[in-house]
Design a binder for this molecule. Structure first.
Ligand SMILES: N[C@@H](CCC(=O)N[C@@H](CS)C(=O)NCC(=O)O)C(=O)O
Length: 373
């Protein structure tokens, strides 16, 4: 069954790729209807090639013995996970992995980034090829159960959107009747698209691609009428289109996409470490601790929770299996959530996204760290 599906997918992808190579899109941006109808079947990873270490405490031990963390990352989404012009990984999901390395090793550089596509990411995690998946990945029931993952916390609240050329004049999903929509396989995007278009009564042809580069190349060549993914992904990829201003994201939200780091089932200690790394980033912002001021704040801190978090009192770090200054190391070396956000998605970046839901709970947002006690 699996084999049959795989061959079909390969055939369809080949057909699309050949069409792309054949230069069927006329110059001038006219739309070409991609005729292949694609079977939408996703999220069935192949059996893991390696048996992953999964018992309590095994992951931390393995990571420490290796001397660095292996982080499954995105390489194609600026602001979230991509390789910058100097060849370095950058983005909020990438910075999370640096924070996890700072927590584990006291050294944010001890991380190797392994690029994973949407379709291969869960297998990479299950098989033990990566220690953590931090790659604009949506928390869902199937991923929490069948795909063997535990989501640590949501680091970016998102929703699915639809982007079209401004020149098309399209403003609603209904305008896409009879059209072709570019979408990436192995994503919630692909599944939501089918749900939402059925609910809206819109018939369309999905043109399915393996990664973001292929999806957006097809869109910019006019091979589909619209492209859909998380709104963050649309904003990100619009920033690298030839003329970003020529594309508009419709004022419609097709789904909830809570994005965050994921670890394997079976090792609760590693889950706790990965989760409290996120909470340290949130609490750092809440308590006004930044990479620039954490040294002076540590010298003068009187608030008991801040003292516990920074390891001046108690043994919270030791309870996680880490050193007591794990949170200090995260903030000092990587910064708090706001610093990470601004560096990658702030107003001075090409991928600016207003904080929206991704503000602190004290500011009307959804970010909330439980108590450090
Ligand atoms: N959040 C959704 C979509 C994530 C996703 O893979 N988005 C695409 C489109 S922006 C992407 O990151 N592609 C990059 C790649 O595959 O290299 C999910 O978890 O399924």
């Amino acid at each position: 069954m699996r084999k049959l599906y795989m061959s079909l997918s390969v055939f369809v992808l080949l057909a699309l790729a050949l069409a792309a190579c054949g230069g069927a899109a006329p110059a001038g941006g006219n739309t070409v209807t991609v005729k292949e109808t694609v079977v939408v079947t996703v999220e069935v990873p192949a059996a893991p090639a390696v048996v992953a270490p999964s018992g309590y405490g095994e992951t931390l031990k393995a990571v420490q013995a290796r001397g660095h963390l292996v982080c499954g990352a995105n390489a194609q989404v600026p602001g979230f996970g991509y390789v910058d012009s100097n060849g370095n990984y950058a983005g909020i999901d990438v910075d999370y992995c640096r924070a996890l390395a700072a927590a584990v090793f006291g050294d944010a550089t001890k991380v190797e980034f392994r690029p994973v596509t949407a379709a291969e990411r869960f297998t990479a995690l299950q098989s033990g090829e990566i220690d953590v998946l931090s790659r604009n990945t949506t928390w869902s029931l199937v991923r929490d159960t069948e795909l063997g993952g535990n989501f640590t916390a949501t680091t970016f609240y998102d929703g699915q959107g639809m982007m079209v050329p401004v020149a098309s004049g399209m403003t609603t999903l209904k305008d896409l009747e009879g059209g072709t929509v570019c979408v990436q396989t192995g994503t919630t995007t692909e599944l939501n698209l089918a749900d939402v278009m059925a609910a809206e009564g819109v018939s369309y042809t999905p043109a399915v691609f393996e990664d973001a580069d292929a999806t957006f190349a097809a869109y910019s060549e006019g091979r589909c009428d619209a492209v859909t993914t998380d709104k963050s992904g649309l904003i990100s990829r619009r920033s690298v289109l030839a003329d970003p201003a020529a594309h508009i994201i419709m004022d419609v939200t097709m789904s909830k996409e809570p994005l965050g780091p994921m670890v394997r089932h079976g090792d609760d200690q590693w889950f706790d470490i990965a989760q409290w790394t996120v909470f340290t980033l949130f609490a750092g912002e809440e308590f006004g601790l930044t990479s620039a001021n954490v040294d002076s704040k540590r010298d003068s801190a009187t608030a008991p929770e801040i003292r516990r978090m920074l390891g001046l009192e108690g043994d919270l770090g030791l309870k996680l299996g880490l050193s007591n200054d794990f949170a200090y190391n995260i903030i000092k070396q990587v910064g708090n959530y706001a610093e990470i956000y601004d560096r990658n998605l702030g107003p001075n970046t090409p991928t600016y996204i207003p904080r929206g839901f991704n503000k602190q709970y004290t500011d009307g947002g959804l970010l909330f760290a439980p108590p450090f006690r």
